[in-house]
Design a protein around this ligand. Structure first.
Ligand SMILES: Cc1cc2nc3c(=O)[nH]c(=O)nc-3n(C[C@H](O)[C@H](O)[C@H](O)COP(=O)(O)O)c2cc1C
Length: 167
């Protein structure tokens, strides 16, 4: 991947996506920042009706998923941008697991959350609580009509806003 020079340091974009919406936003942000990318891998298959049911159960019970060992060490980066789909007005179970697991290793953070309609701002706040730190910035996204070009442009603007001003 790129060397992250545009951010004045190394950036990692971490995300989980069940149906591809968060993935598209994460890829736009990573592209804008020249960042490395880590996709959180849930050991439970969340596809299909049974996967959806298990996701709903974990979401309502605020349970963390069992996730695979991440490929990147967040402590190697200056900034980690973390994205989640909104599950039951909160963070998804796989991203909950990632934040709990990596919280001590996280450098500066920024968060984004993608909802069909309700709860993305709340999910961003919950991410801060789970990470134990204030994010450099947060981006709540409502994508009622799908991920539109305007949504991706907003994500790119958000990414550019994470770059510290040059001296
Ligand atoms: C278990 C579960 C709970 C959800 N809860 C909410 C919710 O509270 N509010 C909302 O607007 N969308 C909710 N959604 C919809 C997702 O947040 C939305 O479709 C999101 O864009 C999915 O991103 P993804 O395609 O990256 O998985 C939920 C989806 C699932 C699977």
């Amino acid at each position: 991947m790129a060397d992250g020079k545009a951010t004045n340091g190394k950036t990692l974009v971490v995300f989980f996506s069940r149906t591809g919406k968060v993935r598209r936003v994460a890829e736009a942000i990573a592209d804008e920042l020249g960042a490395d990318v880590e996709e959180i891998v849930d050991t439970r298959d969340r596809r299909g009706p049974f996967g959806l049911l298990s996701a709903a159960r974990d979401a309502v019970l605020r349970r963390a998923a069992r996730i695979e060992e991440p490929a990147h060490d967040p402590a190697d980066y200056d900034l980690v941008v973390i994205g989640t789909p909104v599950w039951a007005w909160s963070v998804s179970a796989p991203v909950r697991a990632y934040l709990q697991r990596e919280r001590e290793r996280l450098p500066e953070v920024a968060f984004f959350a993608v909802a069909r309609g309700q709860g993305p701002a709340r999910a961003v706040r919950v991410m801060g609580v789970l990470a134990g730190k204030e994010p450099r910035a947060g981006l709540p996204i409502r994508r009622i009509y799908g991920v539109r070009r305007s949504t991706l442009e907003r994500a790119r603007r958000f990414a550019r806003g994470l770059i510290p001003p040059q001296q």
